[in-house]
Design a protein. Structure first.
Length: 334
């Protein structure tokens, strides 16, 4: 059976972009067709200055929202990255295969490092090396497919490169994974800046729709979305990014096609209203299920505990094999 791995980083409140770009597919498609593992990658949240209590809170919230989307622990494995030591064990081995140049070329490192410097802070070494940890997350499980948004595709390509390089140098150890993408709304853009991704790490601004936003807040944000010059509703991502973003969101929520939907509207106002209502309805069952799960925290803790145990059982043989392949002396038993 195909093995699928993907993760969500607890660096901010999860957004509509996280849901339409990845999480919805995990629940609706991936867990039913594959041996799927879904992980809250909390170690990745430590690459920048952070509040420890907030990381713990957002990690629990992310796990709860994963379950609220319909991810079923009876069908797949749901766990927290730091609960499985094999991620960190394998990451160091892959650092011994990766190069400094590869890390510094990663666009997200360039962007985040520049942001940290503008804020007057120092850039942590982990910010440079975290793509290797991401590769370890994937390779530790013999992953075949990684369902991601478009912006994460370079990380999967790096993972592939490291797997191939390790296999060539030390013998076949890792499965070489591939990225998969949803057909529509793989990358939802900020409602106030349609040239920028709707990212949870921004954590501010009216252009971000959070999964736990109240319906009236969602409507207000969508109705205030930036559109474009002109009045006709046309799907053109290059020339009309604001309208295109609304049409892609509407299409992803309603199951339609953005170009076809564009021809059905004569005004921006009507498009915004319909998009707002579509988003509210898509998020309604998720918010209701989240409330229900929050009332039973012991259930979520049990899911994460059992998930980590299953994940360890799958990762340990692969990581142990990598340790032997690269030349490390096995620990004596007994």
């Amino acid at each position: 059976m195909t093995r699928v791995f993907s993760g969500i980083k607890p660096t901010g409140h999860l957004t509509l972009g996280n849901y339409l770009g990845a999480m919805r597919r995990w629940a609706a498609v991936d867990q039913h067709r594959a041996d799927a593992l879904f992980c809250v990658v909390d170690l990745h949240a430590l690459t920048v200055d952070h509040d420890p209590a907030r990381v713990r809170r957002l990690s629990r919230q992310a796990a709860t929202l994963l379950l609220a989307t319909g991810v079923d622990p009876e069908l797949c494995t749901v766990f927290v990255q730091s609960h499985v030591d094999e991620h960190a064990r394998l990451s160091y081995l892959l650092e011994c295969v990766a190069t400094d140049g590869e890390m510094r070329r990663m666009i997200q490192y360039k962007e985040k490092a520049a942001l940290e410097r503008r804020r007057g802070g120092s850039v942590r070494l982990s910010l440079l090396t975290y793509p290797v940890l991401m590769a370890a997350d994937i390779l530790a499980y013999g992953t075949d497919e990684v369902p991601v948004g478009d912006d994460q595709a370079p990380h999967v390509e790096l993972t592939r490169d490291l797997a191939v390089r390790f296999n060539q140098r030390y013998g076949h150890t890792f499965t070489v994974p591939r990225a998969t993408h949803p057909a529509v709304a793989a990358r939802v853009m900020n409602l106030q800046d349609p040239l920028s991704k709707m990212g949870k790490s921004d954590d501010v601004g009216p252009g971000i729709v959070y999964l736990l936003d109240e319906p009236d807040v969602v409507r207000k944000k969508v109705m205030r979305a930036v559109t474009d010059s002109g009045t006709d509703v046309v799907y053109d991502r290059g020339a009309r990014p604001g309208v295109a973003n609304l049409l892609e969101i509407l299409a992803a929520c309603s199951g339609g096609d953005p170009e076809t939907l564009g021809g059905a509207y004569e005004s921006y106002g009507t498009l915004k209203k319909d998009t707002a209502e579509a988003v509210v309805e898509v998020l309604r069952p998720l918010r209701e299920k989240h409330r229900e799960l929050c009332a039973d925290p012991g259930y979520v803790e049990g899911v994460l505990r059992d998930g980590a145990e299953r994940a360890r059982g799958r990762a340990r043989p692969i990581v142990d094999a990598a340790y032997r392949a690269i030349g490390l002396l096995p620990a004596a038993e007994g």
